[in-house]
Design a binder for this molecule. Structure first.
Ligand code: BGC
Length: 392
């Protein structure tokens, strides 16, 4: 690994801060659409300093976090200087510990006023997002090293408009999936332009969810076609809609998924894979999928960051080895020419895992949600040793 390679962990505002009462996810929880309430989550809004002290003590050199739009813009055009000042404190706390700042502008949650007027389906969504971005870039830009405009636009559209399990809860609404995707693309382009206006040297990109799709039958031409279609639609399409507006590629990689051709619409079925699985979310652990994806993403000729990678593993039996193997997978891709510049583990802390609540435990650091006590998991030490070794 080159000396400049950054090592860190990622979080998002609603999952860790607590009491984000002005966004659409809070409303979704209050309406009982999911079985869990985020409540005070990790109380990170107040405890960020001690959490960053842990990250620094664990050898991290960077941290990825998201800003909560609903705290910053309480009503259209009503920007909250106290919230912006809070995020200045947060970013300063990272800088004081020599951690590089990777800042996400949208990580799944929206201000309630924005959701009520139609959310990401609304024709003005991208423009309104741009106005928020302009304010943030001016207020915080001097403290941001790398900007991530939107987290996983593909997951957002599928969960909210196809599976219907996240707000706004629409099911099988293909036209809405398309509209939302296009509005996110316009929003990213707008944000890219706006950030560069005030900060010409800024590094701006997105964090895209990528999956290693694998054919159920390696020798089946039809299964391979299904895999190619998934790879194009799920992994690449957003980059193609926003070509020319990325200073780097941000990839969130968790697992592989099998695909098998079927004779009936939609012409595929999910297929089981022979790899170990995580619990309680049944994800196939497949580190070499990351090497393959990195090879594939070389086509954009841009630096790449792994902006998320992790697993639910409450008893921490798998995490240390999972990290080791995924770092090896990155090194293998680098040896074949992939320009990977950093790795962020998901997550620094156990946190609110959306519709699954607090059950899946993703943290390098365990959180006792009754007492807010933090406990460093052994795998965090494995990660620390990898970081130390790479730097010596
Ligand atoms: C998201 C995170 C989430 C993680 C684990 C990613 O898709 O960006 O918000 O917690 O996966 O499911």
């Amino acid at each position: 690994m080159a000396a400049a390679f950054v090592w860190g962990a990622a979080t998002s505002a609603h999952q860790v801060e607590g009491n984000n009462i002005h966004n659409d996810w809070w409303e979704w929880e209050v309406r009982g659409k999911v079985a869990y309430r985020s409540g005070s989550a990790c109380d990170h809004y107040r405890r960020f300093d001690e959490d960053f002290a842990l990250a620094a003590a664990l050898g991290h050199t960077a941290h990825r976090l998201s800003l909560e739009w609903s705290r910053i813009e309480l009503a259209p055009g009503q920007y909250q200087s106290a919230a912006l000042e809070h995020y200045r404190d947060v970013l300063r706390a990272l800088k004081q510990r020599n951690l590089k700042t990777f800042v996400t502008l949208h990580h799944f949650t929206n201000p309630r006023w924005f959701a009520r007027q139609g959310g990401w389906e609304h024709p003005r969504a991208a423009l309104q997002f741009g106005q928020y971005v302009r304010v943030v870039a001016q207020a915080l830009g001097d403290l941001v090293d790398v900007w991530i405009t939107i987290n996983e636009p593909n997951i957002y559209a599928l969960k909210g408009y196809w599976e219907g399990v996240w707000p706004p809860g629409q099911r099988h609404h293909w036209r809405a999936v398309e509209r939302v995707t296009r509005h996110f693309a316009a929003a990213h382009q707008e944000a890219y332009r706006i950030i560069h206006q005030s900060h010409p040297a800024a590094k701006v990109g997105i964090a895209q969810s990528v999956v290693a799709f694998l054919p159920a039958r390696a020798d089946s031409r039809l299964d391979q076609l299904v895999v190619q279609a998934h790879n194009w639609y799920y992994n690449h399409r957003f980059f193609q809609l926003t070509r020319g507006c990325h200073d780097f590629i941000g990839l969130n990689y968790y697992y592989a998924a099998g695909r098998k051709f079927s004779g009936r619409w939609p012409f595929f079925t999910p297929a089981p894979l022979p790899y170990p699985q995580t619990k309680p979310l049944a994800w196939s652990i497949y580190p070499s999928g990351l090497t393959r994806l990195l090879q594939d993403f070389k086509r954009y000729q841009l630096p790449i960051y792994i902006t998320e990678n992790g697993l639910p593993d409450a008893d921490d039996h798998l995490r240390g080895e999972f990290i080791r193997q995924h770092i090896r997978a990155i090194e293998a891709a680098q040896q074949q020419g992939a320009d990977v510049r950093g790795y962020f583990h998901w997550s620094l802390l156990d946190n609110f895992e959306w519709a699954e609540g607090f059950t899946p435990r993703f943290g390098l650091v365990a959180v006792d949600f009754a007492t807010q006590e933090r406990a460093i998991r052994p795998s965090a030490r494995v990660y620390q040793a990898i970081i130390n070794q790479a730097q010596n």
